[in-house]
Design a protein around this ligand. Structure first.
Ligand code: ADP
Length: 516
């Protein structure tokens, strides 16, 4: 294993490989950008909304004070030259109202005269009840003179609002709202409410920013944790798959990926594990195939070499030579059968054997195939039953393949039927499906082995003398060929005297459909 591979393995093991870091960084950055954007836009929106609302509330303050002053002015008390004391007391009352309004709204509320100078402000409120506002000059407001351009609107009886600076009066940005005092059809001045944008907005933004930052912090922590687990749940199976694939490439198919949850990723993991199962099975089957083939070839070759050697060096007596040569002949035949079966098998497995279905008479095929065993049947004095009772059955299948199936089944039946016993072949068509039974009375197959005999190289009880000629590929080929036709093959046996192989061929349209 290279250093690079080792490094990847370690980081993949902890689930924090490069992919994890990459995705975690990307998704976290997207989250951070989104949260900052949301916070920023919310702040902007709230500031604008607040600015509008603030302007409205300033104007309301100015208008309510103005309407109060108008009522006093209308009553004539405010400017009653004959009763200066009551007028001054009222002005003091108004100054107190200005102070109350200023304090509650955080603004500077004052009254200006028609010429734009300040007449009354909250600073003129005194603890000393003997002093009137008129006797006091405010240091803050005494220098303020609103320009004509400002008072013009008020003269007309209209309100005035401003968000910005007012040259000559306010050099910094302010919120300003002014409401005219109109009494007895005349302009008496105006109530002005002013707030410094910087101080108010800065306090507001800072307060809001604090809240936003706390919310953003919480959102970020939650999103970091969520993203961590999210990305981990995606990359962990991937890194496990990568580790497993590395093991497979070294020939070890034991590793499996853990399946978590029930989503696309878990279904990918399940498919991956399934693929690993088939790879493992294929590998096992490949190695067992190789060892089986080697074993099947080595035994006859050892026998042949031994016998030939004994004939050549003269250790084999003349009288036994013929018998030994016959054994050599049968071993060569067995090897030839094995090679033919393996060739057929490899053609089937490579998909080289294509199904070429055509209509033909199955009964005729059964007859001709069985006829091919006439010699061995009569040698073993086997009674062939049922051939004369077969109904004419037409099927749509690959005749060569079905011929091979029948050949293998009848060959086995003849092989495993002791002398003087019987073989029965039955065939019928039910609901479009063809059923063929090849029954032989002989040694039978133990029940627990019935499932296995269709496996490659499987032989029942290898010690049986009759099995010495067997290679264990015939039934595997039968099963594969019937499978190509979408049919089924089964075996039933009492384990002692009776064996019945039944194969089915589905209706013609199903055979064709399965091969399209
Ligand atoms: P082979 O082609 O070498 O005969 P098969 O795959 O056809 O191998 O058979 C596998 C095993 O199944 C045989 O070794 C035999 O033990 C058993 N078998 C097959 N057919 C019969 C049968 N008709 N009666 C009893 N045993 C059978």
């Amino acid at each position: 294993m290279t250093a690079r591979e080792r490094k990847t393995k370690v980081s993949a093991f902890t689930g924090k490989g490069r992919l994890f870091r990459k995705y975690y960084l990307i998704v976290s950055s997207v989250f951070i950008i989104c949260i900052i954007l949301t916070g920023g836009l919310t702040l902007l929106f709230i500031s604008q909304y607040w600015t509008q609302a603030n302007r409205g509330s300033l104007l309301n303050d100015s208008m309510s004070v103005a309407s109060m002053v108008e009522r006093f002015a209308d009553s004539g008390l405010l400017f009653n030259k004959a009763d200066i004391t009551s007028g001054e007391r009222l002005r003091e009352f108004i100054a107190v109202s200005l102070k109350t309004t200023s304090d509650s709204s955080g603004s500077d509320v004052f009254i200006i005269r028609p010429d734009g100078t300040v007449d009354l402000c909250k600073e003129m409120v005194s603890e000393d009840v003997t002093r009137y506002p008129g006797e006091f000059e405010c240091e803050i407001h005494s220098d303020i003179v609103f320009p004509q351009s400002f008072t013009e609107t008020l003269w007309r009886g209209d309100t005035y609002t401003l968000y910005g600076d007012l040259p000559g009066v306010y050099s910094e940005k302010v919120f300003l709202a002014a409401a005219p005092i109109m009494a007895r059809g005349q302009y008496w001045g105006a109530v002005v409410s002013v707030q410094s944008v910087r101080s108010v907005l800065t306090t507001f933004i800072l307060d809001f920013l604090k809240l936003i930052l706390i919310a953003m912090g919480i959102a970020l922590v939650i999103s970091f944790v969520t993203v961590y687990f999210l990305v981990y749940s995606i990359t962990k199976p991937l890194s496990e798959m990568s580790d497993a694939a590395r093991q497979y490439s070294n020939g070890d198919f034991s590793a499996r990926v853990k399946v978590r949850g029930d989503d696309e990723m878990s279904s990918l993991c399940r498919s991956f594990n399934k693929m690993a199962d088939s790879l493992e099975a294929m590998e096992a089957s490949r190695s067992s195939f190789v060892s089986n083939v080697s074993h099947e070839l080595r035994t006859p070759m050892t026998n042949i070499s031994g016998f030939v050697q004994s004939i050549l060096d003269g250790t084999c007596p003349e009288s036994q030579r013929r018998e030994k040569l016959n054994i050599i002949k049968s071993e060569v035949e067995r090897m030839s059968r094995l090679v033919t079966s393996m060739l057929n098998l490899s053609r089937i497995e490579a998909g080289a054997l294509k199904l070429e279905p055509r209509r033909f008479n199955l009964t005729e095929l059964i007859f001709t195939t069985a006829l091919g065993f006439e010699k061995s049947i009569s040698e073993k004095n086997i009674d062939m039953v049922g051939l004369d009772k077969l109904p004419p059955i037409e099927v749509c299948a690959d005749a060569d393949m079905i011929n091979q199936v029948l050949f293998n089944l009848i060959e086995n039946a003849v092989k495993y039927t002791p002398e003087g016993n019987s073989i029965e072949i039955r065939a019928e068509k039910r609901a479009g499906t063809v059923y063929v039974d090849v029954v032989n009375h002989g040694i039978g197959i133990p029940e627990d082995e019935c499932r296995m005999i269709f496996e490659r190289f499987y032989k029942v009880d290898k010690s049986r003398s009759v099995n010495a000629r067997s290679v264990g590929l015939g039934l595997y080929i039968v099963k594969t060929l019937i499978g190509l036709h979408n049919g089924t093959i089964n075996v039933t046996s009492d384990g002692k005297t009776y064996t019945c192989f039944t194969f089915t061929l589905p209706p013609a349209d199903k055979t064709a459909a399965s091969n399209n």
